[in-house]
Design a protein around this ligand. Structure first.
Ligand SMILES: [Zn+2]
Length: 444
């Protein structure tokens, strides 16, 4: 029996699976009925499909409920009630929070929340931070201006809810943020993997500060990019900071649906607040067993202003065969979000997940953190170029690194690459989210 103080919600996090599923069904039914009765968008979607709350009698009936896609949300956006459209289930007077998606492609999706939703958002993040060992003695540094992005606002409120002290590090530049963390002896940090590595690099090169020795950061929560679940990237971050790195994946429209705990066995899905389903991308068949990749379809049970019901997230995930030592009954997914159904592109007929390239590059110690992948068409043939940087002093090892890269890339991705070696610190650096994978084939 595990000590109960490790859980934010000891009852829900250890509920036997059978009871958890009963709870999920009840909660699904509630949010489905709520949306059917309060949102014109959902009412039309469900009426057109000939389904109403009375038709959802068993857990398996959930599969009959039509899915929602981002393009559908974009299509109603800008209409009344402005700017969210008729998905809204509450009067505009009850909306207290505005956020928007941060994706790099397409029009952002607007997200409305009521104050009740916002408290729920903080609650869902409290599960994450508590599971990662955040407690009321922690001093948490958030090195961003969060603007209209939702994740770090939620993290901020959740930290306060747990009782941590929060230092918002927006406006400051990278050097000033590092010095502030040092001055205030911050114990925890949240950022994207790109920025966690970027800050460590700036600390060493420009300030002569070694984050692992000179700062007191003991845990780092990463989000926004897959790096936290890529072993080689995680190792680099942990070594650079002398801290434990924990992954979290969430999305603006859905919420904070997964987290890694201190045992670092993979991402737990928060099964008390969300229903995570995995579907075969070709057949649409439900995947419940480990080891098969599929597309995530997700429902947030308790968010009422703009509900997210059977949202087709396009995220590719798979169930893990492992059981976590922490004793939570929440399921585990393996390797985080492996990619998106949209951008796991076919190159030379082979499915390529950009995360596999990152895993290879960052597992080679002679290489720096940065890299860039360009996929282009040469005649009818796809052509992939991988640009990497050798660390200072490693230039004589170019041939050795070339062999390692070629072999490992062939093994992990079944593809051949043109390799380009660049001088250290010459590839583009990114502050928050990176754009290291560039598919140029569709641009005419
Ligand atoms: Zn665990």
């Amino acid at each position: 029996m595990k000590a109960m103080e490790q859980y934010w919600n000891p009852i829900l996090e250890t509920l036997p699976r059978e009871q958890l599923q009963k709870l999920q069904f009840k909660k699904f039914h509630n949010i489905f009925k709520w949306a059917y009765e309060h949102s014109k968008f959902y009412y039309k979607l469900y009426s057109d499909a000939g389904i109403e709350p009375g038709d959802i009698r068993t857990f398996d009936d959930i599969r009959k409920v039509p899915k929602v896609e981002k393009s559908m949300l974009r299509a109603i956006q800008g209409k009344e009630p402005y700017p969210y459209g008729d998905i809204l289930c509450v009067p505009l007077e009850q909306v207290t929070e505005y956020h928007q998606t941060t994706g790099t492609t397409g029009q952002p999706v607007f997200q409305a929340d009521t104050w009740q939703d916002w408290e729920w958002c903080a609650e869902s993040w409290a599960y994450i931070l508590y599971a990662q060992g955040y407690r009321n003695r922690d001093r948490v540094f958030l090195p961003f201006g969060y603007s209209t992005a939702i994740a770090f606002w939620q993290a901020h409120y959740a930290s306060e809810k747990i009782g941590c002290e929060v230092i918002p590090g927006g406006v400051l530049n990278t050097e000033a943020r590092i010095l502030k963390m040092q001055e205030l002896r911050a114990t925890a940090l949240m950022a994207t993997p790109t920025y966690v590595l970027g800050m460590a690099d700036v600390a060493r090169r420009k300030l002569g500060i070694d984050p692992a020795k000179d700062l007191q950061i003991k845990k780092i929560t990463v989000a926004g990019e897959p790096g936290g679940s890529i072993p080689a990237t995680k190792k680099r971050m942990e070594e650079a900071w002398g801290a434990k790195v924990y992954d979290h994946v969430g999305a603006t429209e859905i919420g904070a649906w997964s987290f890694e705990c201190t045992y670092q066995s993979g991402l737990h899905t928060n099964d008390a607040l969300f229903l995570v389903e995995i579907e075969d991308t070709d057949t649409g068949e439900l995947i419940t067993e480990p080891g098969r990749k599929g597309k995530m379809v997700i429902t947030a049970f308790d968010r009422i202003a703009q509900p997210c019901i059977r949202f087709d997230s396009k995220d590719i995930i798979e169930w893990s065969p492992d059981k976590c030592q922490c004793g939570r009954t929440f399921r585990l997914i393996k390797g985080g979000v492996i990619g998106r159904a949209d951008d796991i592109t076919k190159v030379k007929g082979v499915l390529l997940a950009p995360t596999s390239i990152e895993e290879v590059v960052r597992s080679i110690p002679e290489l720096g953190d940065e890299y860039e992948v360009l996929v282009a068409k040469k005649g009818d043939i796809d052509d992939i170029t991988l640009k990497v940087e050798l660390l200072p002093g490693q230039e004589s090892k170019t041939d050795l690194v070339k062999t390692k890269l070629t072999d490992q890339l062939r093994l992990k991705t079944s593809l051949g690459y043109n390799l380009e070696f660049h001088k250290y610190n010459t590839l583009p650096r990114y502050d928050v989210k990176s754009k290291r994978f560039k598919d140029l084939r569709h641009k005419e």
